[in-house]
Design a protein around this ligand. Structure first.
Ligand code: HEC
Length: 171
């Protein structure tokens, strides 16, 4: 009689392999579940309580034609633009005002902050229907900033908030 379907070539019974990979799968799902659960902070609770949709940049989002290289000059230029355009709402030290604090770890409109996500948010602004706190943000700093100026501001914010990761534009 042929028993080849009961053992694989390595001699490990298939039921044991099944248990092993099942345990790995369940462990992975559990880790994802716990990570999401532990990452659930006050701002996210506020966001969800208000029934706001979570905006993750996906296909079809704004593509940047020009993304300047990060350099001390770009950061300095971004600081100047920030002072002219953003400081009124986000505060001269980026600690918030009408708009939220940009140097803490709480983000209302992104999961894990990246340069690309922040840049897209500045292009997009925050409409009344998206707003978590009730305040709105005009698009592109009220239309004052072209793409490379927005990236300079993002580099400046990142220089003050290293939790913002670098992200390449792939779509
Ligand atoms: C008229 C006031 C105003 C101006 C000007 C403004 N913002 Fe905002 N910004 C806001 C408000 C209000 C929100 C959050 C709205 C909400 O409650 O959802 C926001 C949200 C953001 C967010 C998302 C924060 C998060 O927690 O996810 C970023 C990033 C941001 N602004 C960057 C900027 C930058 C950079 C500039 C300048 C180019 C700028 N903003 C100019 C009012 C402003």
């Amino acid at each position: 009689m042929d028993h080849s379907n009961e053992k694989n070539s390595g001699g490990i019974p298939n039921w044991l392999l099944f248990l092993f990979f099942g345990a790995v799968l369940i462990g992975g799902l559990y880790a994802i579940y716990m990570h999401g659960f532990l990452g659930y902070d006050r701002a996210l609770a506020l966001r969800d309580a208000r029934g706001i949709e979570y905006h993750v940049p996906t296909a079809g989002v704004y593509m940047f034609a020009q993304i300047p290289a990060k350099s001390p000059a770009a950061i300095a230029s971004g600081e100047a633009s920030y002072g002219q355009v953003c400081a009124a709402c986000h505060g001269p030290e980026l600690r918030g005002g009408v708009g939220p604090n940009l140097v803490d770890a709480e983000w209302l409109h992104m999961d894990s902050p990246t340069t690309l996500a922040v840049a897209r948010r500045v292009v997009h602004g925050v409409s009344a229907s998206e707003s978590v706190t009730g305040g709105v943000m005009p698009q592109r700093g009220n239309g004052q900033l072209v793409d490379n100026k927005i990236w300079e501001v993002v580099y400046f914010i990142q220089s003050r908030n290293p939790s913002i990761a670098d992200e390449e534009q792939t779509q």
